[in-house]
Ligand binder design. Structure first.
Ligand SMILES: NC(=O)NCCC[C@H](N)C(=O)O
Length: 315
């Protein structure tokens, strides 16, 4: 069974149209029983790899505390927070990637095979979603929720479509995913961005789109230009949001997950407490910034957005 921290509203009717609408229900991953540190053969992102090598790989108890803090904050905003069933010795921190909601449909992702098991832990929860609002992505469609961002009439997708896709362990969303979502949402303008990939160097890798780009508020965004393979995509984002509405982060800040904040509403954003430069800018834009401690989680190549899977936002 999934763990619910509040009563489940059944049925759960998914609805997410953008990145910042007022959050009502969310799955927050869990670090409980995350298992021992992976071996160098098992590791699947460059940040975890670097921390394994440096002997600074995060401890379960520290990550559990950070995630509890996030849960309490979300609940203080009256958000219904669901946690996955705890699977023994399984890393279930990054709930974002295992599924995603666009408009009124929950999609089950086809994620990195090494992470496949994670979906089991929310099966009983998604069973509350009406069948007509639940969609399993076809087998050839490789997609993780970190690469999918609805933004009103637009659907932003992070992808990697180069020939060496099968060899890139940090490439999780392919051309078939772009084609599938384009066909599924004919009324949306699908904008796909090619991301840079590296299995070994964290500041040369944009694991997902949400590691190098994140809209905030009503019309603003955080980007790391270095995360994009094509300069014209960066230019497109600059002109779409307007240069004055964009905060740019460095490649090192991208590796530290500065783009991976999470919005509770167009007015309130959750950020990491060490992101001083970013948090100052967010406040200057008139946003309320809820700062929490999440630095241990960042060592695994994900942060606040990555550990959440929004089910319902209100419009
Ligand atoms: N959306 C995200 O960027 N999720 C972070 C996933 C990190 C995890 N270590 C992975 O490589 O899959």
């Amino acid at each position: 069974m999934y763990t619910k921290t509040q009563e489940v509203d059944s049925p759960i009717k998914p609805r997410v149209q953008d990145e910042t609408g007022r959050l009502k229900a969310v799955v927050l991953g869990t670090a409980v029983s995350v298992g021992s540190a992976p071996s160098m053969d098992e590791v699947y992102d460059p940040s975890s790899r670097a921390h394994l090598l440096a002997g600074t790989y995060p401890k379960e108890e520290d990550m559990v505390v950070e995630m509890e803090g996030f849960q309490s904050l979300l609940q203080s905003y009256d958000v219904q927070v669901y946690r996955p069933t705890v699977l023994e010795n399984c890393n279930q921190i990054f709930a974002r990637d295992i599924g995603f909601v666009v408009e009124d449909t929950f999609f089950r992702s086809n994620i990195l095979p090494l992470r496949e098991k994670e979906f089991e832990a929310i099966e009983n929860l998604v069973a509350h979603i009406p069948e007509k609002q639940f969609q399993v992505c076809p087998e050839e469609v490789h997609v993780e929720g970190g690469d999918v961002m609805p933004w009103g009439d637009y659907l932003f997708i992070g992808a990697y479509t180069q020939k060496d896709y099968p060899q890139q362990i940090t490439a999780r969303t392919n051309q078939a995913a772009i084609d599938f979502l384009t066909e599924y949402f004919p009324q949306k303008e699908v904008k796909a961005f090619e991301l840079i990939k590296s299995a070994t160097v964290a500041n040369q890798n944009a694991l997902h789109l949400d590691c190098c780009f994140q809209p905030v508020g009503k019309n603003k965004a955080i980007i790391c230009p270095d995360g994009f393979m094509q300069q014209e995509d960066v230019e497109w984002i600059r002109s779409f949001f307007g240069a004055e509405n964009i905060f740019e982060v460095t490649a090192d800040e991208m590796a530290g997950m500065h783009c991976n904040v999470f919005s509770i509403s167009p007015e309130v954003v959750v950020s990491e407490k060490h992101f001083t430069r970013l948090n100052t800018w967010l406040r200057e834009q008139g946003l309320t910034v809820e700062e929490i401690q999440y630095a241990e989680i960042s060592k695994q190549g994900g942060l606040l957005r990555c550990s959440t899977l929004p089910l319902i936002r209100q419009y």
